[in-house]
Design a protein around this ligand. Structure first.
Ligand SMILES: Cc1cc2nc3c(=O)[nH]c(=O)nc-3n(C[C@H](O)[C@H](O)[C@H](O)COP(=O)(O)O)c2cc1C
Ligand code: SF4
Length: 556
């Protein structure tokens, strides 16, 4: 027979605790002071406890929504929500101290915004097609010149620094979104061949297009082009995160397959030189471009970070004099990403994107080449505001690198150089790669690119431009310290007519977006015209991208 309850101390304590809890619940439900405690009896107290110790916690564990770099928490949530086709709006207003931030780019909206294009026409949902404002290779009459179907494209990230499944996800995503996928300097791999059209990058290692002595081979390049849907060639001179240096793929990432594609020994560090052996000056570069363009018919461009301005001045001058040279110039900002680089080079070498672009563009504009060269920008431009700013500086297209990595699951753990990437994006470790499903993540990559195109268009329309390439830079100001504000043109030393858009090209670009639909009455059908792309679509969830929805809108 068991002893009576009063003789069992455990039971007595349990009964007392239960009664206290019931009392607390009753009190919480009755009180009216604190809504959270009333709605969430007992648990709600944790909120106040957390609030009390919040500053200490924040100091050690949590940072604010606009801290964390290279991408703030807000930026990452925006990418995660967009990549899942969730409605990615934020509530309650900005948490930026707008009057305190220095160099805050502000777009001055129009009282009469442009209307979005009618259903089924270019620029309309669901794919928000947004073709580039120039024809790649058009000015030089290349045989395979074309107008890129998407102004937003996937930046070069080499096969090797990214896992095969990540490259596959990006390539499939590019096919779904109708954008271009740059191979990066690691050569063309089977993972690049899942339907997405390619820009084949040629780095100093000439991976995939080198002869047995390691020199550039036009024949090998032609073989690669015949194997895959390559639409253009990009000669990489340098990269913002490690300008003046070559590339390094750490030994742990040099698998037998990568070794085969690159033509190097497996399991050993794979370093590529800091300079090209195929040319050594600007005239040599122009000849190299022309040689490849003649042989392949493809548009050929260069990618570079911006350091020595003399190079750019000579390039623009010699291009104007010879009528040849790159069809496109990709300017990579010093804030750009990499698989691995020395910290000093990432932190202190080459100009950040806005400064870089605003130094390069004027040289081409003054040489009369502004409309002949297609300008592509990269360096944290995968957000509507930074993309539109890049276009106002003269870019025709933007490339997204790490933002596309976020879309396919990267959590910004910044271990890309260790082969221990926890999300399978930047590793060659089979176990870690297992978690990344390329089919599922391809949809995420595509959704992100499409989401960016849609918000970029809606931001441009709010500023009175039908196509983002027609943004009037006069609508932008840069707000600075002590309540100062300076017109965009003055900040960057631009002439009033830059970026140059001739009347003929303006008409052409306007024609790239469909004619507006008649104004919609308020209701589910008006989401697009209200500037909330996707609203009214019953399949799309509203996602709280701050606060409680965090888990749901996180990566993965
Ligand atoms: C993992 C990784 C690998 C990269 N590999 C290359 C490469 O092979 N060639 C290249 O030109 N740039 C490379 N980049 C740079 C990107 O293409 C891009 O220019 C840069 O990250 C800026 O864009 P983002 O801010 O959108 O990432 C790489 C970047 C990352 C993060
Ligand atoms: S999760 Fe971390 S290690 Fe992996 S790609 Fe992203 S930043 Fe690099």
């Amino acid at each position: 027979m068991s002893p009576p309850a009063e003789r069992r101390p455990g039971l007595r304590v349990g009964a007392l605790a239960g009664a206290a809890l019931a009392g607390l619940v009753a009190r919480d439900l009755r009180q009216r002071q604190h809504a959270i405690i009333r709605n969430f009896p007992v648990v709600g107290h944790f909120r106040y406890w957390l609030e009390a110790v919040g500053p200490e916690l924040r100091q050690y564990i949590v940072t604010s929504n606009d801290e964390e770099r290279p991408f703030s928490r807000d930026q990452r949530r925006w990418v995660y929500a967009s990549s899942k086709r969730e409605i990615n709006t934020f509530g309650f207003g900005t948490d930026n101290e707008m009057e305190v931030i220095d160099s805050l780019v502000v777009f001055k909206h129009s009282p009469f915004p442009e209307l979005p294009p009618a259903k089924g026409s270019p620029g309309a949902p669901p794919d928000y097609r947004l073709a580039a404002g120039k024809v790649l290779g058009g000015a030089h009459g290349r045989r395979r010149a074309f107008r890129p179907a998407s102004l937003v494209n996937v930046s070069g990230m080499s096969y090797g620094s990214l896992s095969p499944v990540a490259v596959e996800a990006l390539n499939r995503g590019a096919a779904l979104a109708g954008c271009l996928h740059n191979t990066g300097e690691g050569g063309l791999a089977p993972a690049h061949q899942h339907g997405g059209e390619l820009i084949h990058q040629i780095g100093t290692g000439y991976f995939g297009c080198r002869d047995d002595g390691g020199r550039f081979s036009l024949d090998r390049l032609q073989e690669r082009i015949a194997e895959a849907p390559v639409r253009a060639i990009e000669i990489k001179l340098s990269q913002g995160a490690k300008p003046g240096l070559g590339g390094l793929l750490p030994a742990a990432k040099v698998t037998p397959e990568i070794a085969r594609i690159r033509g190097v020994p497996a399991g050993r560090d794979c370093a590529s030189p800091a300079f090209h052996s195929a040319f050594g000056d600007v005239d040599g570069l122009i000849d190299f471009v022309e040689r490849i363009a003649d042989a392949t018919g493809l548009p050929v461009g260069v990618k570079s970070a911006v350091g020595d301005l003399g190079f750019w001045e000579t390039l623009a001058t010699r291009m104007a004099a010879t009528g040849g040279g790159p069809d496109f110039v990709t300017v990579d900002g010093g804030e750009g990403g990499t698989g691995a680089a020395p910290l000093t080079f990432s932190d202190h070498v080459s100009l950040p994107f806005k400064v870089a672009m605003s130094r390069v563009y004027p040289m081409f504009a003054q040489a009369g080449l502004a409309e002949d060269v297609v300008f592509i920008g990269a360096g944290r431009l995968g957000f509507p505001d930074s993309a539109l700013t890049a276009l106002a500086l003269g870019c025709d297209m933007i490339n997204v690198g790490r933002e596309a990595m976020l879309a396919i699951g990267c959590i910004q753990a910044q271990r890309c150089h260790t082969d221990k990437c926890p999300t399978g994006v930047a590793t060659q470790n089979r176990w870690l790669m297992r978690g990344l499903d390329p089919e599922l993540k391809s949809a995420r990559a595509a959704n992100y690119v499409v989401g960016l195109r849609s918000e970029l268009q809606s931001l441009a329309r709010a500023c009175g431009a039908r196509h983002p390439a027609l943004i009037d830079a006069g609508r932008i100001e840069v707000v600075g310290a002590r309540y100062s504000s300076t017109p965009f043109h003055d900040v960057f030393g631009y002439s009033a007519d830059w970026p140059v858009v001739s009347a003929a090209r303006r008409a052409e670009v306007e024609g790239l977006v469909g004619a507006p639909a008649p104004p919609q009455p308020p209701g589910p059908g008006a989401g697009e015209q209200a500037g909330f792309p996707g609203a009214g679509d019953p399949t799309r969830r509203h996602q709280d991208v701050r606060g409680m929805g965090e888990a749901a809108s996180g990566a993965g």
